[in-house]
Structure formats: structure tokens, C-alpha cells
Write a protein that binds this ligand. Structure first.
Ligand SMILES: [Zn+2]
Ligand SMILES: [Zn+2]
Length: 341
């Protein structure tokens, strides 16, 4: 009993550390930065439209968040946040594949095949910067491939659908992910980031450390501050032109969640838009908000019930694997094609 009590106290300390650390995926400094950025954007937009800034209108736009925060969709997001924080540890703590082990394997294989590479004469800080970027690029590519598969393969879509069932977007929506979806994701990005890390290490001819803040790649942390929380928010902040082909702005990700069939399966990257651009899945947002609706079409189901979120994907996935099981599936289970997000 005492041990259980201590475990919960430790978890509370962990959760508090996560909220205060600048480098975790969800922290108060990042949320404050997102609020400042949203306010600055609203002020800039008003100034460019009306030639002046109207603080009251900005306040109204910011306070509109209340309508979004107190919804069943957000309560379900909160459930997932608590589960991830208290029951299962951090969102990215459960990989079966270690990025470090993949990197070692790649270096070992390349050395055995082509012989040892002469150590680079470039300064170590340059090499470390290159390695940091290579690992980040590997993460982004792994994210894109994983996300592409989750949208295109019906079995995987059944689990990924949990994230898309959010009907309003708040920074907590990043936690609304089915455990099976998370398990596949962390392994895909570990594999891809480890692969590029190993290739760069071999080319550099020596072992180096990437630049970190906390345990996170410093480039990812920059995007945690600039993008991740606004991507799941009501603020329509679009990047267009070349910037909109390089980075996925908040509006890009809101399009990804859109119920409009024209937007299905688009903007599948995390922070970089380059893979969407390369593989034809990029949808550049328009300047004005099209007032999108979010969610998935699942007639007859309540997308915010914890039972639906956690267990229904297993039933629908089983129905896909076993054609006969379709008729035996509960009446509330409705199969939705991967195109519907
Ligand atoms: Zn998706
Ligand atoms: Zn999302």
C-alpha cells in the first residue's frame, strides 16, 4: 500500500516536471509561447487589414477558447493526457526498437561492408550540428511514413482514427492517440532516426552526441515552442508560398483533421512539409479560415466515450482481419474507410 502511494507521488512529481521542463512535448513554457504567438499573429492580421490593432477583438478571439475547452471532446483528450502521464509514463516511453541500437547496427554494417571511414577533419561542433539535423530529418521521415501508412492501410487507420475523432482541437489533442498507434509510431521514428544517425556517424568517422535540451533533439524543441500546440488549436495561422512547402503551419494540420473530403489524407508530416510536397500529399492552406469541421464520420457511435476510443478499434480491426466477424461485430461498430479523415 505504501509502495503504491509512493508510486503515485513519484508520478505526480514526474507530471509536474513534465509541465515545467521546456523540452517535453507538453509544458507550460511552450503553452505560454503558443499564446504569445497567437496573440501576436492576431494583432498583425488586424493591423494589416484595418491599419490598427483592436485589443478587445483579440481578447474576444482568445476567450473563444473557453467554448472549446469545456466540451466532451476535450474531456476525452484530458483522459488520454492523464493516462499517458500517470498510467503509462511519457508518450514516447514505450518503444521496442532503440534508435541507439539501430544507429550502432548501421555503423557496424557499413564498416563491415565498406571498411572504416577516415574521421572527418571538420570541427566537432559542425559535425554535431549535422548529426542533430540528420537525426531530426530521420524522425520527420519516420513520422511521415508511419502517418501515411496509418491513413492508407485500413487496419492501421482503425487505431489512428482515435486521434481524428477529436471534434475540437486543443493542445491536449496531441495525447488523444490509441496505445497501439503510439506503439507503432515510436518504433517507426526510432528506426528511421536511428538509420540516419548511423549513416551520418559512419560518414563522420567518429562517435558524436547530438545537441539536446533535456532528452529532446534541440531542433524538435524549437518546433515544440513554435508549432506543435498551435497545430492543435482554433487559431488559423497559415503559411503559404515557399514557407508553406517547407513547414506545416497550424492551418496545415487543421486541414489534416478536416471533415471536408477534399482534405482527406493530406499534410501527413509533423513539422516539415517537404515530404508531403515530395510525395504529393501537401495541401496549402488558404489565407482566410474556411471554418473547418473536425472529427470522423461514425454514425451511431459516440466518439468521446472512453470505451469507443479504447476498445472499438480492436473490434473493427478484428472485423477487417476476419471477414466473417463483420456480421458478428456489435451494432455500434461502424467501419469507416481510411479516406474519411
Ligand atoms: Zn492522421
Ligand atoms: Zn493532429
Amino acid at each position: 500500500m505504501l509502495n503504491l502511494f509512493k508510486l503515485q507521488i513519484d508520478k505526480i512529481h514526474q507530471a509536474a516536471a513534465m509541465l515545467l521542463s521546456p523540452a517535453t512535448i507538453f509544458s507550460l513554457p511552450q503553452l505560454a509561447a503558443a499564446l504569445v504567438l497567437a496573440t501576436a499573429y492576431l494583432a498583425w492580421r488586424q493591423h494589416s487589414r484595418h491599419g490598427r490593432v483592436r485589443p478587445r477583438a483579440i481578447l474576444r478571439a482568445l476567450l473563444a477558447s473557453r467554448r472549446i475547452l469545456f466540451t466532451r471532446s476535450t474531456y476525452a483528450d484530458l483522459f488520454y493526457y492523464l493516462v499517458n502521464t500517470f498510467a503509462m509514463g511519457a508518450l514516447v516511453g514505450w518503444g521496442l526498437i532503440s534508435g541507439g541500437a539501430v544507429s550502432h547496427f548501421v555503423v557496424h554494417t557499413l564498416t563491415a561492408t565498406f571498411g572504416a571511414h577516415a574521421p572527418s577533419t571538420l570541427p566537432d561542433w559542425t559535425l554535431r550540428a549535422g548529426l542533430t539535423f540528420a537525426a531530426f530529418l530521420g524522425y520527420e521521415f519516420g513520422y511521415y511514413v508511419d502517418h501515411y501508412c496509418k491513413h492508407k492501410i485500413p487496419l492501421l487507420w482503425e487505431f489512428h482514427k482515435t486521434h481524428h475523432s477529436a471534434e475540437v482541437l486543443t493542445p491536449l489533442t496531441v495525447f488523444r492517440v490509441h496505445p497501439v498507434d503510439t506503439l507503432i509510431f515510436v518504433d517507426a521514428v526510432a528506426l528511421s532516426a536511428g538509420l540516419l544517425h548511423g549513416m551520418f556517424t559512419y560518414a563522420a568517422g567518429k562517435s558524436l552526441n547530438i545537441f539536446l535540451i533535456g532528452n529532446s533533439n534541440i531542433i524538435s524543441v524549437v518546433f515544440f515552442f513554435l508549432l506543435v500546440h498551435l497545430q492543435h488549436s482554433q487559431f488559423w495561422i497559415p503559411l503559404r508560398g515557399l514557407p508553406g512547402r517547407l513547414l506545416l503551419s497550424p492551418a496545415h494540420h487543421q486541414i489534416h483533421h478536416s471533415l471536408d473530403p477534399a482534405h482527406y489524407n493530406s499534410n501527413l508530416g509533423s513539422f516539415l512539409a517537404i515530404f508531403d510536397w515530395m510525395f504529393g500529399t501537401l495541401s496549402i492552406p488558404q489565407q482566410q479560415s474556411p471554418r473547418l469541421r473536425f472529427g470522423v464520420l461514425q454514425p451511431g457511435t459516440d466518439p468521446h466515450r472512453i470505451f469507443t476510443l479504447l476498445l472499438t478499434p480492436f473490434a473493427t480491426a478484428a472485423a477487417l482481419l476476419l471477414p466473417k466477424a463483420k456480421s458478428a461485430a456489435p451494432a455500434s461498430v461502424v467501419l469507416v474507410s481510411p479516406g474519411q479523415d
